[in-house]
Design a protein around this ligand. Structure first.
Ligand code: PRT
Ligand code: MG
Length: 223
């Protein structure tokens, strides 16, 4: 009997950028999540289905085995902790960076030097806490779920810790990047039990996805 496989993806950039990698593994999603209201999407392979979940919920579905594998940003995985997930493959997609930003004109360097207690809004509380602790900077972290850029503009905080890709959101809100915390890309995560029990079915798919993401990376950055 063919083993059924469930892949967890989020709508938007992760879905869009995972599609070509899936195609390399012979899997084509036959419905568009932006048009369909279905949360479970079929593929050309009757034994493979895709579940559409919030980006930050992907690790949870995979951890509990509700999905056998999934794609999630390194940011999401670091906040989640990664329990029950098999060592992720870097897909080199949905790339961005996690940065500290402040309003233009705010003297971040001297605030830090003077040992001031900074107020920071972020969705990435664990990453932010580790970053500032390693630098010995005292911070009060305020958790937000979105629109972090607004924090300093309305006096909620001195700084933000958020993802930046083009930088246009920061510019539009008169904020400047003052520290680069880490580079972020999305990873393929696999449920540990599925990796053992469905190895025969999963392994060729994982290998094809990994090969396609490496090929893409080589073409993108010729050395
Ligand atoms: O949007 P929603 O609240 O549903 O969920 P989500 O934001 O978690 O999902 P989604 O699809 O927006 O992001 C999924 C993953 O994409 C994230 O976990 C990151 O790993 C990755 N990614 C890559 C990004 C970005 N680039 C990005 N630019 N995630 C978010 N952004 C946001 C950023 O937070 C900021 O508000 O885009 C804005 C900055 O973009 P620029 O281009 O103006 O710099
Ligand atoms: Mg988003």
């Amino acid at each position: 009997m063919t083993q059924q496989l469930t892949l967890a993806l989020s709508k938007g950039r992760i879905f869009e950028e995972t599609l070509p990698l899936l195609k390399a593994a012979g899997i084509e999603v036959t419905e568009d999540p932006e048009r369909s209201r279905k949360l479970i999407l079929p593929t050309n392979d009757p034994a493979v289905r895709v579940v559409i979940v919030r980006a930050s919920d992907v690790p949870t579905y995979v951890q509990y085995g509700a999905a056998d594998f999934g794609v999630a940003g390194k940011d999401v995985l670091l906040e989640h902790g990664g329990e029950g997930l098999y060592q992720p493959i870097d897909l080199n997609i949905a790339k961005c960076r996690l940065s500290v930003a402040v309003p233009a004109g705010f003297d971040y360097a001297s605030a830090v030097r003077q040992g001031a207690r900074l107020r920071v809004v972020t969705k990435y509380v664990n990453c932010a806490r580790n970053h500032f602790a390693a630098k010995g900077v005292h911070v009060d972290l305020i958790k937000l779920y979105g629109s972090m850029e607004l924090g300093p503009l309305v006096g909620l905080s001195d700084a933000i810790v958020d993802l930046v890709s083009t930088g246009s959101t920061l510019r539009a809100n008169n904020l400047v990047e003052v520290e680069h915390i880490m580079d972020i890309s999305s990873r393929l995560v696999v449920n540990q039990a599925a990796l053992k029990l469905k190895r025969e079915r999963l392994q060729p798919i994982l290998a094809a996805i990994e090969a396609a993401s490496q090929a893409k990376e080589t073409t993108a950055q010729p050395s």
